[in-house]
Each structure stands twice: as structure tokens, then as C-alpha cells.
Design a protein around this ligand. Structure first.
Ligand SMILES: Cc1cc2nc3c(=O)[nH]c(=O)nc-3n(C[C@H](O)[C@H](O)[C@H](O)COP(=O)(O)O)c2cc1C
Length: 194
């Protein structure tokens, strides 16, 4: 595990990003209600799931796990290799389930691990399958040192109909003690009318 973190930390110094950071678009604050918030995420190793569960707790929204029909290999190296090919090609793997009543959500927190500097392929499928007209997407990313990289930029590209709010990037290895940082960031992105 330590080796993995080191490898991505080295990549991070190459890309010049680390820790908690946000992309360079201006922050906007969206007003919404808990029942209109969906917290959708893909997670291979549990870090992004942890962040998603925290965001659900903070916002009172509904949690949805994005799952591919065919799970990625549980072996780390095999997963990294498959992900490398798919991320390069822009593969959109079939998903196991759809969000029920997707139309009722206005604001979608969308979580992904940073995979090869972009979103994990199941998140790409999620963004291209649903009707995102009139919806606001707030990306959140967990990473091994590379930060947001191209995750948010690529999400915007594949889903031009959604309005995007500046995303947050959080270190995967530190996510279990990042509750305050997550809460602060959520507070900067949404104003929740209860
Ligand atoms: C296939 C794969 C590719 C990865 N690529 C990167 C990367 O390019 N940059 C980075 O900082 N971390 C990278 N990581 C590390 C993950 O982004 C990080 O551990 C993240 O928190 C994992 O989230 P998860 O536990 O929800 O899957 C990669 C991990 C995997 C498994």
C-alpha cells in the first residue's frame, strides 16, 4: 500500500498537485434542498465511498453507488493496467443499475477516484447515459497525490448539458480524517434549505 501511495505521490510532483485542492474555475454556490441532492460515486478501494458517505451525511442527500456490470480486477496491478487502457480509450463500461427517479434530483455530487489523471470509466458512462439538462454537477475526487488532474475538465467535456460547480479533490490516504475539510468544501458549494 505504501508503495502505491509513493508511486502516485511521485506522479503528483510531476503534475505539480497534492493534498486537497480545487480546480481553477470560480466557486459558485447552489441553493437546494436535501431531497434534490444525489451523491453518486464510483469507488474501487473504498476511499471515494468514504467521502461520498460523509457528503451524504452532511447534505442529507441520497447515496448511489455507480457499479459496472463487470467489476474491475481486485488485484491492484491488473486493475491499474486495465484502467490505463480504458482511460486512454475513453471506454464506457455498462453499468449494473440506474438511479431511480433521476429526474427528481437537481444537484449531483459526483465522486470518482483519480485514475490515470481522469475519472474512472464507470463515471464516464454515468455522465453520458443520464439526461443532465438543468442539473448541477459538483465533482469530488480522491487521489494518490495527483489531485484533481483532468477529472473535472473531462467530466465537463463528456457532459456539456450539465452546469458544473467547482469540484473538490481530497487525498485518498487521508480521507478518513478529512471530515472537516469535506464539510468546509460542501459548505462552499451548496446552501441547503431544510
Ligand atoms: C487504476 C488506478 C489508477 C490510479 N491513477 C492515479 C493517478 O493517475 N493519480 C493519482 O493521484 N492517483 C491514482 N490512483 C490512486 C487513487 O486515485 C486513490 O488511491 C484513490 O483514493 C482511490 O479511490 P478508491 O479507494 O475510491 O478507489 C490510481 C489508483 C488506481 C487503482
Amino acid at each position: 500500500m505504501r508503495k502505491k501511495v509513493m508511486a502516485w505521490m511521485m506522479a503528483a510532483s510531476f503534475f505539480g498537485a497534492a493534498g486537497c485542492q480545487a480546480a481553477e474555475t470560480p466557486a459558485q454556490k447552489v441553493q437546494t434542498r436535501p431531497e434534490k441532492i444525489l451523491v453518486a460515486y464510483y469507488s474501487w478501494g473504498g476511499n471515494t465511498r468514504f467521502a461520498a458517505e460523509k457528503i451524504r451525511e452532511i447534505t442529507g442527500g441520497t447515496l448511489f453507488e455507480i457499479r459496472p456490470v463487470k467489476a474491475y480486477p481486485s488485484n491492484y496491478r491488473a486493475c491499474v493496467e486495465q484502467a490505463r487502457k480504458e482511460c486512454r480509450k475513453g471506454t464506457r463500461p455498462a453499468l449494473a443499475a440506474k438511479v431511480e427517479n433521476f429526474e427528481k434530483y437537481d444537484v449531483i455530487f459526483l465522486g470518482t477516484p483519480n485514475w490515470w489523471s481522469t475519472m474512472a470509466p464507470p463515471v464516464r458512462t454515468f455522465l453520458t447515459e443520464g439526461d443532465f439538462s438543468g442539473k448541477t454537477v459538483i465533482p469530488f475526487v480522491t487521489h494518490g497525490g495527483g489531485g484533481m488532474a483532468d477529472c473535472e475538465r473531462d467530466m465537463r467535456k463528456v457532459c456539456p448539458k450539465a452546469t458544473f460547480v467547482r469540484g473538490g479533490a481530497f487525498s485518498g490516504s487521508g480521507i478518513r480524517s478529512a471530515g472537516n475539510a469535506l464539510e468546509k468544501w460542501v459548505g462552499e458549494t451548496v446552501e441547503i434549505k431544510k
